[in-house]
Design a binder for this molecule. Structure first.
Ligand code: HEC
Length: 443
């Protein structure tokens, strides 16, 4: 576990270059011994930390320090204020007030919760009355699939091959390919959950997985994305009106990002639980959902030293579609990405999602609630826009001096988004539109 910061706070603020710095610095002098504190840890702050922080900030999880008790939280109060005001924490980087806001498993704090935390810090971060502390809650057990409560044990479990993570060192990537057992014919996926091992929870930062499809001749070719994972993410749930295919006799390629956490972890394995719809849930009778990569640029690009760049990608569909989720992807120079749609029938261009504080440490999928997932008629266009910053202003950039081109290394740049799309036909599109209209009328 990390110790509270010993760097002067000004240096931390300079490092993260947050707009809240001024507010913070004027509030340091606020009384630490307010005689009648209105906001207390026990009554107001602890419930928020319990719901939104402790899953990661407890011993054995991925957060750098535990935030379970007042004693543990108090030394971090100033930094907590900075991190929640800037919406760096909890890690769910999706703009408030722009585009669709109804998202499944939205981890963002509400404005009220942020105000509560900042008011508490400004009042000197008092404990309050211990009797007000919330009762303990149950955190997802590291060894158990959380979706099992809803769906029972997974039909299929895919395990990465064992990998040992040393106690100390740099980031590590583990990319094995494994056979999938138990899916002899194409099936429809109901849900997917990626689960680190109990010991591995502190070191498995992300685990991404893609299908490798078996051809007629037995040769393997790259298939679509199966899943991506970062702690805090529950899983993926496919709406029952769509089929995301689990291909027969496939393999899975892993891309696991390990991060040494002070203790050696031997033979770690990450698991993916896959729940399937019943066998008579025929893929061919349902609209197919795909999770695919949509690029932002026509070809390569270069970002000049100390420079900036914007790229844009356009993807049109010759059939109606529903956009189910959006996950931006970039490396260290990407700073923002947006998803817009153009509806040629309505002649309307609309902002769907904006992530203006992209953080390369977190790869999160934003899943639209069923009733608001954007519907596009045939001829509709997805417009993806990415902004890159190769200057000193970008706190994630390791070095603003070189030209930065496209490529796979962390120091190269990438620009695409993972988007889940349900591919409709005209009848299905009209039915969904009519269903939403009926709901609106009923309200
Ligand atoms: C999904 C896991 C997760 C959740 C949820 C989460 N954190 Fe974090 N937190 C991390 C990780 C990992 C880091 C270190 C890396 C980073 O900053 O991304 C971190 C870093 C921090 C830091 C900075 C520590 C430092 O040394 O700079 C603070 C402060 C913090 N979190 C507070 C919070 C608060 C407050 C909440 C809830 C409102 C929260 N976190 C929710 C995982 C999480």
């Amino acid at each position: 576990m990390r110790r509270p910061p010993t760097v002067p706070i000004e240096r931390f603020l300079a490092r993260v270059a947050l707009p809240t710095a001024a507010v913070f610095l004027t509030s340091v002098s606020a009384s630490a011994t307010d005689p009648d504190p209105v906001v207390t840890f026990a009554k107001d702050v602890a419930p928020i930390l319990q719901q939104s922080c402790q899953v990661c900030h407890q011993v054995g999880s991925i957060g750098p320090m535990s935030l379970m008790t007042y004693e543990e939280v108090r030394p971090w109060a100033d930094l907590i204020k900075v991190q929640v005001e800037s919406r760096n924490m909890p890690p769910y980087h999706y703009d408030v007030g722009v585009g669709i806001q109804q998202l499944k498993h939205d981890a963002r704090l509400s404005e009220d919760e942020i105000r509560t935390i900042t008011a508490w810090v400004d009042q000197g971060a008092p404990m309050g009355n211990a009797a007000d502390l919330p009762g303990p809650i149950e955190f997802p057990k590291a060894g158990v699939f959380r979706l099992a409560e809803e769906y029972g044990e997974p039909d299929v479990i895919v395990r990465s091959t064992p990998y040992s993570v040393p106690a100390n060192g740099q980031d590590l990537w583990w990319q094995p390919t494994v056979e999938v057992q138990g899916i002899p014919t194409d099936r429809c996926i109901r849900a997917i959950e990626t689960k680190p091992s109990v010991k591995g929870r502190a070191v498995a930062h992300h685990a991404n997985s893609t299908w490798r499809l078996r051809g007629e001749d037995g040769g393997m070719t790259a298939g679509g994305r199966l899943s991506e994972y970062a702690l805090g993410k529950l899983g993926e749930i496919v709406p029952p009106d769509a089929c995301r295919i689990a291909p027969a006799n496939a393999q899975v390629s892993w891309d696991i990002h390990y991060y040494p956490a002070g203790e050696e972890v031997i033979d770690d394995q990450v698991e993916i639980g896959i729940w399937l719809y019943p066998e008579d849930f025929k893929p061919e009778t349902l609209y197919q959902q795909t999770l695919a990569l949509y690029g932002l640029q026509g070809g390569d690009f270069d970002i000049p030293p100390h420079g900036k760049l914007m790229t844009q990608g356009f993807h049109s569909f010759d059939h109606p579609v529903r956009i189910d989720s959006f996950q931006p992807h970039g490396h260290l120079r990407l700073t923002s990405m947006s998803l817009e749609t153009f509806d040629p029938r309505a002649g309307r261009r609309e902002m769907v999602s904006m992530v203006s504080h992209w953080n390369p440490g977190w790869h999160l999928s934003h899943i639209y609630e069923d009733d608001v997932a954007p519907l596009l008629p045939a001829g509709g266009v997805i417009i993806l826009t990415g902004w890159y910053d190769n200057s000193e202003a970008n706190r994630f950039s390791p070095d603003p001096d070189p030209w930065v081109g496209t490529g796979n290394r962390t120091g190269d740049e990438m620009s695409h988004a993972w988007i889940a799309i349900t591919h409709l036909d005209e009848a299905g599109y009209q039915r969904l539109l009519a269903g939403r209209q009926a709901k609106r009328n009923g309200d």
